[in-house]
Design a protein around this ligand. Sequence first.
Ligand code: ATP
Length: 141
Amino acid sequence: MIEKQYAVIGLGRFGSSLSRELVKLGYEVLGIDINEERVHEMSQVLTHTVVADCTEEEVLRSLGIRNFDCVVVAIGNDMQASILTAIVLKDAGVTKVVAKALSELHGKVLQKIGVDRVIYPERDMGIRVAHQLVSPNLLDY
Ligand code: ATP
């Protein structure tokens, strides 16, 4: 079986935790962030790391981004950067784009662009914890 290749854009708390876990699960992960320090912190953990502004089409194309099976946009606060990155990824032909949204409106825009899965980390975690509280025997994953 050919292993899936993942790329995670934005190595904040969410992106770094997600990419760390994917590596633990045995997958190859390219981590990209505009912030050199964040990239440096993850450089020993991830398969490959790059410092880049992912709103720039040429940068993503030169990284061969369309060859990845799944690309996660883990940029939240900078909504413009999140949306521009998602457009560039869909235009480049990435098969599966997953993006984090910080608000319903942000999520709606991402969906309209064609993002394949929108996640709301705080909202989704709240729901998951509530289920775990009422059914403590529920598996954690
Ligand atoms: P988290 O909530 O996951 O901790 P955060 O609070 O650090 O994230 P976010 O704005 O969600 O802040 O950004 C996540 C990461 O995305 C940051 O490390 C930031 O440097 C990176 N980032 C922001 N804009 C870009 C961009 N244009 N290209 C690449 N990375 C970016």
